[in-house]
Design a protein around this ligand. Structure first.
Ligand SMILES: *Cc1c(COP(=O)(O)O)cnc(C)c1O
Length: 365
């Protein structure tokens, strides 16, 4: 049976690297998207053991299921601003820290908190370039009002989200400067902003200074950063595991897979493994081709690929077995001519947990 194996030790080592880079800043673990594909409960418990005390989510159901774990000294933080009253009611009822990114959200949250006789802790979000949630940097009066005018809201943080930390110091610095300008203006009006934060994984590992009072880290725990070459101190966590279900010998001239993309030049011993792209193997993030320069970048990298063909490998008994032909929806064929292995032996597929089908069992080892 196929499963996704998650190595606890690697997560623990990544957490150590993250805490060490964060220094005095608090570490919030972002566990959106069902914990970046690791699943919630076991992952949350492990991160809690690693010292994480704030879990950030974007989904109300996830917030509530973390709350149910009843972990000591633990906060759940909703990263998405919402003006939806059903969402706000559930979050406030369960003492989840809210993100307030608009006056509408502040009004709705305040009304619901009053009706429930609750005091809601909130962080105020500023949009400095993501264009999703947050007050515009021009809305200083509304931001000031969000900090001071709502009796049932307790503001305890001010933050923004970086759009380009994986690639641009210039854009990133501009975003941070805009956040700091808002903080300074509020301080000048005697408002205590609480925890000021902006750093995500790419920022922490690529730049890291200034760092703010807290860092919000998701992908670094998985060891899979969006910026190439950074975070060398991290290890990639997780692989798909399956078993060889068939072994064959191909005679010279035989082909493999749709389109016959591979032709055996000599007698080749192959293993068939029932894992394919529907399980998440070798699935890539969708290409972002909105801008001309992105298209150009992809064309160039495709040309490069034409000349320097990059093979895909599967690990069998500790050895790298080359994938032959196109990967199928639920099948992969690989070359085991020089690998001693048998039907039933395990095969490991390096796969980002983000793309692994939620139906596949997550096993923590
Ligand atoms: C996803 C997310 C993060 C974490 O990003 P990583 O790059 O995975 O560390 C931080 N803040 C917000 C608001 C997010 O949505």
């Amino acid at each position: 049976m196929n499963s996704f194996i998650i190595e606890r030790e690697k997560i623990i080592a990544n957490a150590e690297a993250i805490f060490s880079r964060a220094g005095d800043a608090d570490v919030y673990a972002v566990v959106k998207g069902r914990g970046y594909g690791f699943g919630l409960n076991e992952y949350i418990l492990l991160l809690h053991e690693c010292g994480v005390r704030t879990f950030a989510v974007t989904d109300v159901a996830d917030a509530l299921s973390i709350k149910k774990l009843n972990l000591i000294d633990t906060n759940v933080f909703m990263l998405r601003s919402t003006s939806l009253s059903e969402e706000l009611a559930a979050l406030i009822e369960n003492d989840v820290i809210l993100t307030i990114g608009s006056t509408e959200a502040a009004v709705a949250a305040n009304d619901i908190a009053i009706s429930k006789n609750k005091q809601a802790r909130v962080h105020i979000k500023i949009d400095t370039g993501m264009g999703r949630y947050g007050f515009s940097t021009d809305d200083i009066e509304q931001i000031y009002a969000a900090f001071t005018k709502f009796s049932a809201l307790t503001p305890c943080g001010l933050y923004t989200h970086l759009s380009s930390a994986f690639k641009s110091r210039r854009i990133t610095d501009r975003q941070i400067d805009e956040l700091f300008a808002i903080r300074d203006e509020l301080n000048a009006r005697n408002v205590d902003c609480g925890v000021v934060h902006f750093a995500n994984s790419a920022y922490l590992f690529k730049f890291g200074d200034p760092i703010g009072d807290a860092v919000r880290i998701g992908s670094a725990f998985t060891g899979r950063l969006a910026c190439k070459g950074k975070g060398r101190s991290l290890s990639k966590v997780g692989y798909l595991e399956s078993n060889i279900c068939e072994i064959h010998w191909l005679s010279p001239g035989s082909k493999v897979g749709y389109g016959g993309a591979f032709t055996a030049k000599k007698a080749t011993k192959t293993a068939v493994i029932p894992v394919g792209y529907s399980d998440g193997f070798h699935v890539e993030k969708a290409r972002d081709t909105y801008r001309f320069r992105d298209c150009l970048f992809y064309i160039l990298s495709d040309i490069k690929r034409m000349f320097f063909k990059k093979s895909v490998y599967v690990k069998i008994n500790g050895k790298k077995a080359k994938v032959l032909g196109h990967i199928g929806m639920t099948h992969t064929v690989c070359d085991i001519t020089n690998i001693s292995c048998d039907i039933g032996d395990k095969a490991e597929f390096d796969t980002s947990p983000l793309y692994v089908s939620p139906d596949i069992y997550r096993e923590f080892i």
